[in-house]
Design a protein around this ligand. Structure first.
Ligand code: 4AD
Ligand code: MG
Length: 457
């Protein structure tokens, strides 16, 4: 008999039929009436399936009575209407085959509640917990929604290199990739790629090449930053969704970013309600209300210069000074989204000095056509811009940034041969998972987080 997912059994008809299920025991309760209740979870959905194992089963004494949380079993039995209140159906076991026992003394998930900090130390097992199962399913839904959103709009999904010789953000935060011996003075002529290379910080430059050929494309992959930020919003390895549109300006870019975010909120509300209800109960009691609000909400759009004026007039005192020319800090972003406007805010036209070389220089010569989309609680979720399509301006900006025009010869070629206005953005995938689950720490929304001092598993 083919194995069925617990999800399909729980959502299926309340009628007697034979099934086969497999999973991990969450709990076992023995009743005085001569049978046991086993809560079985297979990860297919949040809920567990109740199995009734009768004492008349041949292995009841020898095996079933030794089933502790974490044990893996295969059950064949009959779906019957549930006697208890918790769920509509349960399974009356005909056979319970033990695949693997789990000794309670050693199993780290024994205790009812284990802290998220502790769970990071047993990240290989934490996907078995309610929270990480739910995070994983919501993360999956957000990835599927991403592909569906862009596919429906006619964007092509492309895959861009992980190993690269160009620092897209020009921030010098690249992890180096080399086969040279440690400790020696590097001779890059002898290195594997015969030049200095690193792990990509963004797929954007490659995506631009394809946008300037195919029109609309997006890349969705891992990106790496060797920035020493130990915050609840930063990872050294994170995933980014980067769409790039030809024949588009900053306003088109902001429109698409806002549509995409609303699409994601609607998608999880439609597809992940069981998991969202759990997060709303256990992690953040405002989650469902804020997702519902944002799913239909307009975003406030202001320029950086307007944002600075608002922050200067704020009656609260900030730790970091507010000054035209300085980057917005997390506390400033939170003030704009949570206090001033109480909605997502798209800030545009930042000073050129704090943004990357590829962003299009505005007429004022002081600002660039950049945008950051800010969400309440998580702050910056999206960073994007209209790209500089004028060769002379781009070359000057590369030099100004202390980079070399020669290194970016192919990127500059796009501006030599049929240059077109184009724009795009990057969405931090873990940050959107954080936002849609209410999880406080970004380390708890990715399978195996990489942060300073941490690459276990
Ligand atoms: O603003 P960023 O640096 O933009 C870019 O990399 C552009 N090249 C994107 C583009 O235009 N194609 O990063 C984009 C987003 C941020 O808004 C943030 O959500 C996320 O990536 N992000 C991080 N997420 C987790 N950990 C980090 N260390 C992150 N750094 C950026
Ligand atoms: Mg940014």
């Amino acid at each position: 008999m083919k194995r069925e997912f617990i999800k399909s059994i729980l959502n299926g008809p309340v009628e007697e039929r034979e099934v086969r299920v497999a999973g991990w025991v969450r709990t076992r309760r023995d009743s005085k009436g001569g049978f046991s209740f086993i809560e079985l979870n297979d990860g297919s959905c949040f809920a567990s399936l109740q199995i009734i194992a009768d004492a008349t089963l041949a292995n009841y004494e020898s095996e079933i009575s030794r089933l502790f949380p974490g044990s893996s079993i295969v059950v064949t039995g009959k779906v019957v209407a549930s006697q208890g209140g918790g769920q509509s159906v349960e399974v009356q076991a005909v056979s319970v085959k033990v695949l693997g026992f789990c000794e309670p003394t050693d199993y780290p998930l024994q205790k009812q509640r284990v802290s998220f900090e502790r769970l990071r130390e047993v990240a290989h097992l934490r996907a078995r917990t309610n929270t990480f199962g739910a995070v994983t399913r919501v993360r999956h839904a957000l990835a599927m929604a991403t592909h569906k959103f862009f596919d429906d709009l006619g964007f092509y999904y492309i895959n861009t290199p992980i190993i690269t010789a160009s620092d897209c953000e020009g921030a010098g935060e690249m992890f180096q990739v080399t086969t040279l011996e440690l400790g020696k003075k590097p001779d890059y002529e002898k290195d594997f790629f015969r030049q200095k290379t690193g792990l990509t910080v963004s797929g954007q430059l490659a995506a631009e090449c394809f946008a300037c050929s195919l029109g609309n494309v997006y890349t969705f992959g891992p990106t790496f930053r060797a920035e020493n930020s130990n915050t609840r919003r930063h990872l050294a390895e994170f995933w980014m969704v980067e769409p790039e549109m030809a024949f588009a300006d900053l306003a088109d870019d902001a429109d698409m970013a806002e549509d995409y975010l609303r699409y994601l909120f609607n998608y999880v509300l439609e597809n992940c309600m069981e998991d969202l209800e759990f997060f709303n109960k256990r992690i953040d009691t405002t989650l469902l209300a804020s997702l519902r609000k944002l799913a239909g909400s307009e975003f406030k759009r202001i320029t950086y210069t307007e944002a600075i004026a608002i922050l200067e007039q704020a009656t609260v005192s900030f730790e970091y000074p507010v000054k035209w020319g300085a980057d917005l800090q997390s506390e400033h972003e939170r003030y704009l989204t949570e206090v001033k406007f109480e909605c997502p805010v798209t800030v545009t036209d930042y000073p050129k000095g704090i943004k990357s070389f590829y962003m299009r220089l505005n007429e004022d010569d002081k600002t660039v056509a950049a945008m950051d989309v800010l969400l309440p609680h998580v702050g910056e979720i999206i960073g994007g811009s209209q790209r500089e399509e004028r060769l002379d301006v781009l070359s000057a900006r590369i030099e100004e940034a202390g980079l070399s025009c020669d290194d970016y010869w192919w990127y500059r070629d796009l501006r030599k041969f049929g240059s077109v206005p184009h724009a795009g953005f990057g969405l931090g995938f873990e940050r959107i998972v954080q936002f849609c689950t209410g999880m406080q720490n970004i380390r708890d929304v990715i399978a195996f987080p990489r942060t300073p001092g941490n690459a276990e598993f």
